[in-house]
Design a protein around this ligand. Structure first.
Ligand code: GDP
Length: 445
């Protein structure tokens, strides 16, 4: 599904090439694809609508930047808006409170509250050197209390006992008192979840919030919940002043669209992502990285950003001038072309953007090898003297052996690089520099 979208967008990008501006007409097709992708990723419909409206507004009238085509410029706008919607930057747990700082965990049953409680405890112990106490206020499921005990031990935190005969409010107060007397930095309170929202559950967690006065009230939500995530988020947002979100089960095959819905509805930052059942399966949430996943566009988005940052029009112009003035294309120029490619997102992203005569047709599986080849090529050229780079015709057998030894490769590889260089040199001669700017433009579009 993901690659289909990439294909669809790539095709659209191609047809839009050469148009100077994003207009009302050409933006519609592209936005339709983006809308489909968001719905496929399980972003809730109202959130999709708002998102598309914002993108449209930002995109219309956007000038083409440098060598970018309008299609790619739009992809860039989409990407930036995704990141902005999910919240750029990283926010860790807030512990700015009179110790113990209380963290209240909220969410439906099965969302991953208990697991996440232990994961965050481990994070706070290891990364922030805190002394952490956990307690379960889930008096409906004795197994849940036991589960917290087990995972708390794995996390290296301390567990405060509770039992189904107690009232959640009394458990909370007892744990708070214990945490104070034993100088804990943090008290984490796991709560009961129901299978669906109900009023009694909400009243109970509101009461817990009132007695505990937590510095963090984290809403734990299962990324696989898809479209329903928005309703759950709404209910918890209405009941509690949420300070953060943890999106669990991102290791599943959901595209993680819940991140957008939940963020928009709660307005709270997504602080962490759960990425495995194991206690160390917690990552700081990174909106940049998540944006690609949501759209299923992967590299396309990253590539656009890199092309924007990386195309060095000035150095292309310099090379063009040099070629036109009659001096030849030497190994220094070759090296700078290679590093340009690397800057623009590596071979994998560039293969389909390069003019076909520059790239042998390669499958995705070959990409890693291709990247390694480029690094090796650089190593080889860097082992040459400046004179050799300017005058490759000096490179006879003994010099080649020295270079191969310097780069740690066989002589055949040095020959292979020289062959590739000669091919590109031939191409440059044909283009006489005048075509070079055009070629760079094509790389961008
Ligand atoms: P709670 O009812 O909200 O306390 O949820 P639990 O912590 O008991 O988690 C419910 C199930 O989801 C358990 O089987 C967990 O192992 C699993 N789980 C929680 N977080 C993750 C995650 O990030 N990835 C995966 N794959 N499973 C998770």
């Amino acid at each position: 599904m993901a690659s289909t979208l990439t294909d669809r967008l790539s095709r659209l990008v191609k047809t839009m090439r050469g148009q100077a501006r994003i207009t009302e007409d050409n933006v519609q097709d592209m936005l339709r694809e983006v809308r489909m992708a968001l719905l496929e990723a399980d972003v809730a419909l109202p959130v999709v609508r708002d998102f598309i409206a914002r993108v449209k507004e930002k995109a219309l009238g956007t000038e083409v930047v440098g060598s970018l085509s309008p299609g790619q410029a739009l992809v860039g706008v989409v990407h930036r808006e995704l990141v902005a919607t999910m919240g750029a930057g990283i926010s860790d747990i807030n512990l700015a409170a009179q110790p113990p700082a209380v963290i209240l965990m909220a969410g439906l049953q099965g969302a991953g509250k208990t697991t996440t409680t232990a994961k965050i405890a481990k994070h706070l112990i290891e990364k922030r050197k805190k002394k952490v106490l956990t307690v379960s206020a889930d008096v409906y499921r004795p197994a849940a209390i036991e589960q917290l005990k087990t995972v708390t031990k794995q996390a290296g935190a301390e567990w405060f006992p509770s039992d189904p005969g107690q009232k959640p409010r009394d458990i909370a107060l007892a744990a708070l008192d214990y945490a104070k007397r034993h100088y804990f930095d943090v008290l984490m309170v796991d709560t009961a979840g129901r299978l669906a929202i109900d009023e009694a559950l909400m009243a109970e967690i509101r009461e817990l919030h009132a007695v505990l006065n937590p510095v963090e009230t984290l809403f734990v939500v299962d990324a696989m919940q898809g479209q329903d995530a928005i309703n759950t988020a709404k209910a918890f947002k209405e009941a509690l002043p949420l300070t953060g979100v943890v999106l669990t089960k991102l290791d599943g095959d959901s595209r993680g669209g819940a991140a957008l819905s939940v963020r928009q509805v709660t307005g709270a930052p997504i602080k962490f992502a759960g990425v495995s059942e194991k206690i160390d399966g917690l990552e700081v949430f990174d909106a940049e990285r998540h944006a690609g996943r949501v759209l299923g566009m992967g590299d396309i988005l990253a590539l656009v950003e890199q092309v924007q940052a990386g195309v060095d029009v000035e150095s292309a112009q310099k090379l063009a001038d040099k070629l036109r003035s009659g001096s030849g294309f030497d190994l220094n120029d070759f090296l700078s072309q290679i590093s340009q490619m690397k800057k623009m997102g590596g071979l994998a992203g560039l293969m389909d953007k390069l003019p076909s005569q520059m790239t042998a047709k390669a499958g995705a599986a070959d990409m890693d090898r291709a990247e390694r080849d480029v690094r090796r090529m650089e190593g080889i050229i860097n082992s040459m003297t400046p004179l050799e780079r300017r005058k490759p015709e000096l490179l006879k057998a003994s010099r080649k052996r020295r270079i191969a030894a310097g780069a740690g490769v066989h002589v055949q590889e040095v020959n292979r690089v020289l062959n590739q260089f000669e091919q590109m040199q031939g191409m440059m001669k044909k283009m006489k520099g005048g075509g070079l700017m055009k070629m760079m433009k094509r790389m961008g579009g």
